[in-house]
Ligand binder design. Structure first.
Ligand SMILES: Cc1cc2nc3c(=O)[nH]c(=O)nc-3n(C[C@H](O)[C@H](O)[C@H](O)COP(=O)(O)OP(=O)(O)OC[C@H]3O[C@@H](n4cnc5c(N)ncnc54)[C@H](O)[C@@H]3O)c2cc1C
Ligand SMILES: NC(=O)c1ccc[n+]([C@@H]2O[C@H](COP(=O)([O-])OP(=O)(O)OC[C@H]3O[C@@H](n4cnc5c(N)ncnc54)[C@H](OP(=O)(O)O)[C@@H]3O)[C@@H](O)[C@H]2O)c1
Length: 449
């Protein structure tokens, strides 16, 4: 049996940490390169890697029962929705508990990843100029740090910033007593609008959105963890039937849960999308109340910036001193040459949402549109990747790989538990394929002249 491949992990955020831990316990030699000086990725406020979009008031919107690892929970007495400092500290204790730090090189940014000619594997270049060769590559750099800007025509007299750089109502722009327009209606836009509309912060807050959203309060609900096995009938239903059932039942559960919140249409927002799986829910306890009470005013999408005013899609104009674009993030993997991975650069086609369909030694974890916390899902992805790298799981034919390949960000929101159930089933099939192959190889007569 060939030795396990030397594997590089890029990034020591939550996904990179669980990649390191899983590779290590599977006996796969690895090295992790982290551009910043700490573990924890997004949760390290002002991460020196420049890739954290966290702001001072940020708290998780996934509760600790959901955003734990399968084998590493939150300490007794932790808040249900930890703040960024608690999150970063917890990821630090995970790294310590599993002895990961000696395998992580900090302040080591990967600037290029190229295919090794002829032999497979990857050649990496670090910002320091150093080159590193590896047999397999796990990319865990997140996808929520490269700003997506709205189309802005015209110019505003005052500052225009992206939420990526927002820290608090005074940093990087002092919004005290100012008229601020927040663009977007995702979790970030809603949290920033709420914070800016607090007494003593902005004078007026406008929330400009081009389409509607569904809202949920913060919930400490018994949401299943991605590692939980599916219960009875769900386990045996074929995938499409299971998903159809989920699509029928889940929206009703959500409607029940948010029955206490004002309806978005009643507070000036566009109606929510008909398909509840088209967009991520906004988890916010305050924004609808603030809209109802007039502390935040809803406006349609932006049309143009006109000096001291902003014009909206309905032709109305408002005086605005500061514009905050909370319009989300783009996937960015700048170390790969353009076109190498296929696609348009905005999305990525991956086999079972994790492996490149042509480069079977390239894995991207933590990039998803899923209704769950990210790192427990990355943990389950690595439980699939490690046996593959060790040769305990054998891939199916290329045609089967292509059939089970999808654009990770282009699919509707999915259920994490179903995803990991399917991964585990495929893992079992691939283990059987590997066992058959090894039996066929060692059968009498095989390999003999
Ligand atoms: C404001 C905000 C709030 C969020 N809240 C939640 C939440 O409550 N619950 C939840 O589950 N998810 C939440 N998320 C999603 C978030 O992406 C995950 O929490 C989590 O951080 C994803 O982990 P990751 O390791 O995949 O990516 P990241 O956390 O982004 O970590 C990526 C790591 O890769 C490093 N890196 C990047 N490029 C390079 C390079 N070229 N070379 C070397 N290292 C590199 C970075 O420095 C970083 O340490 C939130 C995201 C944002 C932006
Ligand atoms: N407390 C927390 O845990 C917390 C806080 C903040 C963020 N997050 C997470 O961080 C991630 C990113 O959230 P996000 O809110 O920053 O981004 P997002 O979910 O992608 O939302 C972006 C918003 O901007 C709008 N938008 C995008 N492009 C636009 C354009 N060109 N013009 C006008 N509007 C545009 C989108 O509208 P359309 O729908 O019309 O495209 C959407 O309302 C999510 O996973 C979120 O859950 C978590």
């Amino acid at each position: 049996m060939s030795p396990p491949p030397f594997t590089v992990v890029i990034g020591a955020g939550p996904s990179g940490l669980v990649a390191c831990k899983t590779l290590g316990e599977s006996g796969i030699p690895y090295q992790c390169f982290e551009a910043g000086s700490r573990v924890g990725g997004q949760w390290v406020l002002g991460n020196s890697s420049g890739t954290s979009s966290a702001y001072r008031s940020l708290r998780a919107n996934t509760h600790t029962g959901m955003c734990r690892f399968q084998d590493f929970g939150w300490p007794e007495g932790s808040p249900a929705f930890p703040g960024h400092e608690e999150m970063a500290a917890w990821f630090g204790s995970y790294a310590d508990h599993f002895g990961l730090r000696p395998h992580i090189r900090f302040d080591a940014r990967v600037v290029r990843a190229e295919r090794r000619e002829g032999q497979g594997g990857w050649r990496l270049a670090l910002a320091s100029g150093e080159r590193v060769d590896c047999d397999a590559l796990v990319v865990a750099v997140g996808n929520l740090w490269s700003p997506r800007w709205p189309e802005l025509s015209g110019a505003l007299d005052g500052p225009v910033i992206h939420a990526r750089d927002y820290m608090d109502p005074k940093d990087p722009v002092d919004c005290t007593g100012k008229r601020v327009c927040v663009v977007g209606l995702g979790n970030t836009a809603c949290e920033l609008a709420v914070e800016l509309s607090q007494p003593g912060a902005a004078r007026e807050v406008l929330l400009s959105c081009r389409s509607g959203q569904r809202f949920l309060p913060r919930l400490v609900a018994p949401v299943p963890h991605p590692s939980d096995p599916l219960t009875g009938p769900l386990r045996w239903l074929p995938g499409p039937a299971r998903r159809a059932l989920f699509r029928a039942v889940f929206p009703r559960m959500i409607d029940k849960l948010n029955a206490s919140l004002p309806r978005p249409e009643d507070v000036g927002l566009p109606p929510p999308p008909k398909d509840p799986f088209e967009k991520r829910f906004v988890v916010n306890d305050h924004v609808l109340d603030r809209l109802r009470d007039g502390q935040i005013r809803a406006k349609p999408g932006l049309r143009r910036l006109c000096g001291s005013k902003v014009e909206f899609a309905d032709g109305s104009r408002e005086e605005v001193d500061v514009l905050v674009a909370a319009t989300g993030y783009r996937l960015s993997l700048p170390f790969f040459a353009e076109g190498l991975l296929g696609g348009d650069g905005e999305d990525l086609d991956l086999y079972r949402g994790v492996m490149h369909p042509r480069f079977h030694d390239l894995f991207v974890i933590g990039v998803t549109k899923a209704i769950c916390s990210i790192w427990p899902r990355s943990e389950q992805q690595m439980r699939f990747v490690a046996p593959l790298l060790r040769g305990d799981y054998r891939l199916p034919s290329q045609r089967a790989i292509d059939r089970a390949t999808w654009p990770v960000l282009g699919v509707p929101y999915g259920n994490c538990q179903f995803y990991t159930h399917d991964l585990r089933r495929e893992l079992a099939r691939g283990r059987r394929r590997a066992a058959w192959r090894s039996r066929a190889r060692t059968a009498p007569g095989n390999g003999r002249p």
